[in-house]
Write a protein that binds this ligand. Structure first.
Ligand code: HEM
Length: 409
């Protein structure tokens, strides 16, 4: 926060004194500041993203090359690492925020809509922003993610197909993904954030499960012993420590960049926030991503409908807390399992995600198919290739050979 004298001077033009409204004292605790820390992280993402956009080239045939160039420019490389590590921090803070809200029963009346907007924020951040960011790397992992996206959409019939480059004359996928990443999803997030914050301001923070008024919709006015400007100051301090630590980490650990995309189906694992779905994908193929994520977000949306009581005390909420603990443990277990099992390929369509020209499918490669089944003992239909990582700089192959010539349709 700026010094008090400066605030006084600019008061006639800003009415900043309005930010001193009362909130409960517990709002200053770390776990009640996580939502604000996500907002700060989101702002850092926008700032670093804007700068990165000056050096990143979204043209499919140049995207991977521009990332290799960024890797060689120390400033730009650090910026990219900062963008990447801040994204990890935002996702972790967001998951902790959701957990805090769930455990304290803050989704109960009258905050159900706040919770539902939160679920929409989580879905947009993960399935929208994080996913499209992974694709923009345009390396083997990015192209694998895009191939998954295309195949999932093709399962949705003509409407899904229209969102891919399957229609004649449709723009390359990387352009669409780029626009979604830098404009569409940030705008959706800002829109949802405005509603989320409006609702939080309207209902103020909920009582904690230990408060004597834990069964009241709102905290009594007389018990509001904190101030919002102090809450903001706490958020800033926590954020400086949290993101500052990540900024130091970014200095030593650059953002990952895989090898160039290959025309075959590489066997890759998804980034960690999606690893919990990997077992389902191994069992049922790419379409499982659609079902697993819909079920998870659907379950989250049901929380305020399942626990409809007006009582946040732990003793009154044993069933929902047990269900939540089971779901959380399952997600963590699936993530760890996804981490240790060997990678498999699930794609039946071309890996040339931006290409209208299909790379040889497994039907065209009977030998490779049988060979891979022998190697892995894999029982389903998809060919499985060993994940042979090519060091990103150790290749003469143009990263987009397959996509570059493919737009001449
Ligand atoms: C971009 C993502 C999000 C941002 C920036 C955000 C921001 C915030 C902020 C600043 C608060 C004030 C209190 C606090 O920080 O704990 C808050 C409260 C709240 N958030 Fe979020 N949130 C996000 C996602 C979510 C998610 C995923 C959920 C749940 C599914 C959620 C549900 C709620 C609820 C119910 C409250 C009211 C809490 C109370 O009154 O104690 N939010 N959020």
């Amino acid at each position: 926060m700026p010094p008090p004298s400066l605030i006084k001077q600019i008061e006639p033009w800003t009415r900043l004194s309005q930010l001193t409204y009362k909130i409960p004292e517990h709002g200053n605790r770390f776990f009640y500041s996580l939502g604000g820390m996500v907002v700060v992280g989101f702002l850092i993402m926008i700032a670093t993203g804007l700068l990165l956009a000056q050096v990143y080239n979204p043209a499919p045939e140049l995207a991977y090359q521009s990332l290799q160039t960024i890797q060689q420019m120390s400033g730009a490389n650090y910026l990219r690492a900062l963008h990447y590590w801040t994204a990890q921090g935002v996702i972790v803070a967001l998951l902790l925020h959701l957990t805090r809200v769930f455990i304290t029963g803050a989704y109960q009346h009258p905050r159900q809509v706040t919770w539902w907007i939160g679920v929409a924020l989580l879905a947009t951040m993960l399935m929208g922003s994080y996913f499209t960011g992974t694709v923009l790397k345009w390396d083997e992992e990015g192209l694998d993610a895009l191939a998954h996206y295309k195949e999932t959409l093709l399962h949705l019939g003509p409407i899904g197909a229209a969102l891919t480059d399957a229609l004649p004359g449709s723009p390359p996928m990387n352009f669409r993904i780029y626009v979604s990443h830098i404009a569409l999803f940030p705008l959706v997030l800002i829109f949802l954030l405005v509603i989320h914050i409006y609702l939080i301001h309207t209902f103020n923070l909920s009582p904690t499960p230990k408060d004597p008024w834990a069964n009241q919709p709102e905290i009594p006015e007389s018990e509001m012993k904190g101030r919002f400007d102090q809450h903001l100051a706490h958020i800033l301090v926590y954020s400086m420590l949290y993101y500052g630590w990540l900024a130091v980490l970014a200095f030593f650990v650059p953002a990952p960049l895989g090898g160039p995309p290959v025309p075959e189906h590489a066997a890759l694992k998804p980034p960690w926030p999606f690893l919990w779905m990997y077992d389902f994908e191994n069992l049922w193929g790419v379409v499982a991503v659609l079902f697993a994520s819909s079920i998870l977000f659907g379950l989250l949306a049901l929380v305020p409908l399942i626990d409809r009581k007006q009582d946040r005390r732990f003793s009154a909420r044993k069933p929902i807390l047990t269900l939540g603990a089971l779901l959380g443990a399952t997600l963590v277990g699936l993530t760890l399992h996804g981490y240790i099992i060997p990678a498999q390929s699930h794609l039946s369509h071309s890996h040339g995600a931006d290409s209208h020209k299909e790379a040889p499918s497994h039907h065209d490669q009977p030998d490779a198919h049988t060979d891979q089944h022998k190697k892995t003992g894999d029982s389903h239909d998809n060919p499985v290739k060993p994940n042979v990582k090519t060091p990103s700089n150790d290749t003469n192959q143009h990263p987009h050979e397959e996509g570059a010539d493919s737009h001449a349709h």
